[in-house]
Design a protein around this ligand. Structure first.
Ligand code: ADP
Length: 221
């Protein structure tokens, strides 16, 4: 974790120092360095967001704002938040989100975080021709959100462990893919607080589907 925090800081520092010393060949190189600084900055902000949620979680201080919210709005907000990244080059991102999903008792922003974490993973753990879907449905008194990808998949032996804090199937791949093993544990913590379920089905080499099921009944938390 220390490494995850220090690396982006160190690269930003080197890039900024280089620019301050006037060590560049042309204006284009200045732009390139600034773009790298901006990318590292974005990466660091995402990491810090996850760390903050995680530490609040540890101290049991994560207060959820449970309200009656539309499941359609949760899914659409998450899709919009992820769309910029997911519509880059060789990624096909499709959604199926009906207009009239039921209202559920939920913390809107926390549930958006769950879906954004799943979409982010779908992107990170897929190869060159990415196909990512977000489907939302309602049936049997429950709302179901499913995020699927055609990525590397998850070996059987790891399926239960991936929801644990800091667990990563492949540390070297994960490191390249920018992560520290907290995204899914945060997602599970939030879904549990909603009395819901998060499950995964995966075929190694073919892809994975993460499903979040939340109860619709009026007495839900
Ligand atoms: P991180 O992505 O930061 O490593 P997560 O808690 O989000 O942490 O995920 C834990 C691990 O589960 C990842 O390191 C990866 O090995 C595996 N994983 C999560 N989502 C997917 C996915 N969509 N496809 C393949 N592997 C995944």
């Amino acid at each position: 974790v220390t490494h995850e925090l220090k690396t982006p800081l160190a690269s930003m520092r080197i890039l900024v120092d280089t620019l301050l010393e006037g060590n560049y060949r042309n204006p284009q190189q200045v732009t390139e360095y600034l773009q790298l600084v901006s990318k590292e900055n974005e990466r660091l902000s995402r990491l810090i967001d996850n760390f903050l949620t995680f530490s609040r979680m540890e101290r049991n201080k994560q207060a959820f704002q449970m309200r009656n919210v539309s499941a359609t709005s949760i899914a659409r907000t998450a899709a919009e938040a992820a769309r910029t990244k997911l519509s880059r080059g060789n990624c096909r991102f499709e959604t199926q989100i009906p207009d009239e999903l039921p209202m559920i008792r939920a913390d809107h922003d926390a549930m958006v975080t769950v879906l954004v974490n799943l979409l982010d993973n779908a992107y990170k753990y897929s190869g060159d021709e990415k196909q990512i879907r977000l489907n939302a449905t309602s049936e049997d008194g429950a709302v179901r959100f499913a995020v699927s990808d055609n990525g590397v998949g998850i070996p059987r032996r790891a399926l239960k462990k991936i929801f644990r804090r800091f667990y990563q199937v492949d540390r070297s791949l994960s490191r390249r893919a920018e992560g520290c093993g907290l995204g899914l544990s945060i997602a599970k913590f939030i879904v549990d607080a909603h009395h819901g379920k998060i499950t995964v089905e995966s075929k190694p080499g073919q892809g994975s589907t993460f499903t979040v099921t939340l109860p619709v009944d009026a007495d839900a938390p």
